[in-house]
Design a protein around this ligand. Structure first.
Ligand SMILES: *[C@@H]1O[C@H](CO)[C@@H](O)[C@H](O)[C@H]1NC(C)=O
Ligand SMILES: *[C@@H]1O[C@H](CO)[C@@H](O)[C@H](O)[C@H]1NC(C)=O
Length: 376
């Protein structure tokens, strides 16, 4: 019998493993000038190209199923009846037609909005229009919503996000709900009630936005390690901590740093949301994103978030409990993460007991790129 922590998650039957997909933000941000940047602006054309590429290059096959349009998809004003409208130039066939295209190719569609007067980039926010906007999204057929927290004066945002959860539930359509408010609370030193959070949201951003750099990755990992005793137990099927998007294939991470991000995000049971130009990504980076063994660690059905268990000579060991489980004896994914900058290979000695692997029957070792997968 496996004893799982008694955390009740949002009861919508979704995100039983961490969501996997592709999102516009990290690579394409708020590019809206399609004259100057025809291939990079946030548009119908971009999304359709991503759909086709994700099929032809095998991303859908390994599990990346959500295609998510972040900020900057809207017109600057609501229409005369108060509805949000997609930018008419960049989404000339309408959002519904685009979503149909996404669905007919086997993907799910995610959209961005903000629980404030405006989105972070200044487009109309949902404050005062929550049910109307959510109904519109449900009519369009969205499957996922990322709700940001800019331009809202409420000190504690959790009640507002709970109301949004009810508005989503009212539509009757199953929609994955990604909440940004813990990151806003963290920034303003407002405590977050994680029990309430995990009942209301399928995933949530804990900390700062990721930026395209190794420094940003290490900063986020340090935060997750520092807070792990408090936050890790709230992760599980249907409810996940979210350290933000995968940078892999962009400008900021080397090949080896990219492997670290993929491995540690897998160990953290993090959502795997890439954000990269799929037309130009180099094959070795694409291979990291498509590494089936690492994805399997991330998608392990137990959904237990991994922890940093050891630090020695600027090398960290992180472990995650995974299946198969025999009795109360788990298998483990083990990641060795070097923070060293001296270059030459380092000898690193550690016993299984040092990292909490105490099963007297011993373990069978399966070696993957930089991740060591220890199975019973
Ligand atoms: C709405 O909430 C109820 C009660 O928690 C739940 O059983 C149901 O699955 C939810 N429906 C949707 C569409 O999320
Ligand atoms: C698993 O662990 C329990 C105690 O935690 C032990 O009693 C049991 O024998 C172990 N199972 C196997 C198959 O060894």
């Amino acid at each position: 019998m496996v004893i799982l922590p008694l955390i009740e998650g949002l009861d919508n039957g979704l995100a039983l493993t961490p969501p996997m997909g592709w999102m516009t933000w990290q690579r394409y941000r708020c590019i809206t000038d399609c004259q100057k940047y025809p291939d990079e602006c946030i548009s119908d054309k971009l999304v359709r190209r991503v759909v086709d590429k994700m099929i032809s290059d095998g991303y859908l096959d390994v599990g990346y199923e959500y295609i998510i349009v972040d900020d900057c998809w809207m017109e600057n004003e609501r229409d005369s009846s108060g509805h949000l409208v997609e930018d008419k130039v960049r989404f000339p066939y309408g959002m519904e037609s685009l979503i149909n295209y996404v669905h007919s190719n086997g993907f799910k569609f995610g959209i961005y909005e903000d629980y404030g007067r405006k989105t972070c980039m200044g487009y109309p926010g949902m404050l005062g229009h929550v049910q109307k906007d959510i109904n519109k999204f449900a009519d369009w057929g969205i499957d996922y919503i990322k709700v940001d927290g800019c331009y809202n004066d409420e000190v504690d945002l959790s009640d507002g996000y709970e109301m949004l959860k009810d508005a989503l539930n009212n539509t009757g359509r199953p929609i994955v709900y990604s909440c940004s408010y813990p990151a806003y609370h963290d920034e303003n030193s407002i405590p977050t009630d994680f029990m309430k959070l995990s009942k209301n949201c399928n995933l949530w951003r804990n900390y700062d936005d990721i930026q395209d750099s190794w420094g940003s990755v290490t900063d986020i990992l340090d935060y997750f390690a520092l807070k792990q005793d408090f936050i890790a137990k709230y992760a599980g099927p249907g409810h996940w901590n979210d350290p933000d998007m995968l940078l892999i294939g962009n400008y900021g991470l080397s090949y080896d740093q990219s492997k670290v991000q993929m491995a540690l995000w897998a160990v953290l049971s993090a959502p795997l949301l890439m954000s990269v130009n799929l037309d130009t990504i180099r094959p070795e980076y694409a291979a990291i994103l498509k590494n089936k063994k690492i994805i399997q660690v991330n998608q392990d059905p137990l959904g237990i978030q991994g922890l940093r268990v050891l630090r020695k000579n600027k090398i960290e060991v992180w472990t995650k409990k995974i299946t198969p489980v025999i009795g109360e004896n788990y298998s483990y994914a083990v990641a060795f993460y070097s923070r060293r900058t001296d270059g030459s290979p380092q000898e690193f000695n550690v016993t299984l007991r040092d990292i909490g692997l105490n099963f007297i029957g011993g373990y069978k070792l399966e070696v993957n790129f930089i991740i060591y997968n220890l199975a019973i």
